[in-house]
Design a protein around this ligand. Structure first.
Ligand code: SF4
Length: 316
C-alpha cells in the first residue's frame, strides 16, 4: 500500500466580488499517493486551477486542510513555507507567458538556485546543464531566450525549472493545452518518464479528459467548485456514473473506425460561481434532473472500490 503524499480536506476558496461571494473551490476532498498522478478535469471556471494554486499556497485557502506528508501546511509560518516550497512546484499552461522573456535559459532554469542562494556560479551552470539534459534540451541552448524556442522546448524549460530544487510534488496546470497536438504527446511522455525516474507525484489539471487518461492513476471530475466524481482512471472510462462525467466522456472521439459513442450535448451554460444555486449545481444542465436535485446538494459518497460520486441518481 502506497503512502499518501497529499491530502486535502474540505478545501474552500471564496473570493469577495462586487456581485457577491464567488465560490471558486467549495469543499473539495481528495488524496494523492506517493509516485501517483491525480488528474483533475472540468470545464473552464470549475475551480481546478484555483485548487492547484491553493494547494501550493500561491493563493490562501478560505477554509480546510492541506496535509503534505501528514502536516497541514496552512499552519506553516513563512520559514516553514519557504522550505516546503522546495518540495512542491508548478508547471504552468502557457510556457511563453510564464518565462521571463528577458532572461536566458541558464538564468530561468537557475533562478530557483538564486532564490534559495544555492551553489557557486560554476556549480550552478553544471546543475542547469544536468536539468537541460534531463528534460531533453540541447546544452547549446543554454544562452538562448524563450522567444528563440518553439512551444515544446519552452515547456521543457518550464519543467526543468520546476525540477531544479528536486521536488516531490508538482502541480501541472494544463501543461500541454497551449501546444500543438503533435508536441503534446512528447511532453506527456517526458512527464511520465520523469515521474518514473524521479519518483514524482503529480496533480495534473486539464479541461480535456483524453489528455489526463494515460498519465493519471486516478481522476477527479470537478463542476462549479466541487468534485462530483473521483475514481481510478480506468473506471472513469469504463464505468462513469455522474451525468457530467458521462457527458465529458461522450465528447471524446473513439479512434476505431465504425465505433461511435453517443454524444451527450449539455444544454445551458455553467452557472455562475457567484452565489451558486441551491441543490445540485449541475441541475440546470442535467438530463436526469429530479425535484430533489434542486433542493438538496448531493454529497460525495464512497461507493467502495475507490469510486465516489455526488449524485442523487446514484446515491438513492
Ligand atoms: Fe443530475 Fe440530480 Fe445527479 Fe445532479 S443530483 S447530477 S441534477 S441527477
Amino acid at each position: 500500500m502506497k503512502e499518501t503524499l497529499l491530502e486535502v480536506k474540505n478545501l474552500k476558496k471564496h473570493f469577495q466580488t462586487n456581485k457577491g461571494l464567488l465560490h471558486a473551490v467549495d469543499g473539495v476532498n481528495f488524496e494523492i499517493k506517493k509516485g501517483e498522478t491525480l488528474g483533475i478535469v472540468g470545464e473552464s471556471g470549475c475551480g481546478k486551477s484555483t485548487t492547484g494554486r491553493v494547494v501550493l499556497r500561491l493563493l490562501e485557502a478560505t477554509e480546510g486542510e492541506i496535509l503534505f506528508e501528514g502536516t497541514d501546511i496552512r499552519q506553516f509560518n513563512n520559514k516553514q513555507l519557504r522550505d516546503v516550497r522546495k518540495e512542491m512546484q508548478i508547471v504552468f499552461q502557457d510556457p511563453f507567458a510564464s518565462l521571463n522573456p528577458r532572461l536566458s535559459l541558464s538564468e530561468i532554469i537557475g533562478e530557483p538556485f538564486e532564490i534559495f542562494n544555492m551553489y557557486k556560479p560554476k556549480e550552478r551552470e553544471e546543475k542547469v546543464i544536468e536539468l537541460m539534459e534531463l528534460v531533453g534540451l540541447s546544452q547549446r541552448l543554454i544562452n538562448a531566450y524563450p522567444h528563440e524556442l518553439d512551444g515544446g522546448r519552452r515547456q521543457r524549460v518550464g519543467i526543468a525549472r520546476a525540477l531544479a530544487l528536486n521536488p516531490k510534488f508538482i502541480v501541472c496546470d494544463e501543461p500541454v493545452s497551449a501546444l500543438d497536438v503533435s508536441i503534446q504527446a512528447q511532453i506527456l511522455n517526458l512527464m511520465q518518464d520523469l515521474q518514473e525516474r524521479l519518483g514524482l507525484t503529480y496533480m495534473f489539471i486539464s479541461h480535456d479528459l483524453s489528455v489526463v487518461k494515460h498519465i493519471s492513476n486516478r481522476i477527479a471530475v470537478m463542476y462549479l467548485g466541487k468534485v462530483v466524481e473521483i475514481t481510478t482512471s480506468s473506471e472513469v472510462f469504463k464505468n462513469p456514473l455522474h451525468p457530467y462525467t458521462k457527458a465529458l466522456l461522450s465528447a471524446i472521439p473513439i479512434p476505431k473506425i465504425g465505433q461511435k459513442r453517443e454524444r451527450i450535448i449539455l444544454k445551458g451554460d455553467v452557472p455562475s460561481p457567484i452565489n451558486p444555486p441551491k441543490g445540485c449545481r449541475f441541475a440546470g444542465r442535467c438530463p436526469y434532473v429530479m425535484d430533489k436535485c434542486r433542493q438538496q446538494d448531493p454529497e460525495l459518497i464512497d461507493l467502495g472500490s475507490d469510486h465516489s460520486v455526488a449524485c442523487h441518481l446514484v446515491n438513492k
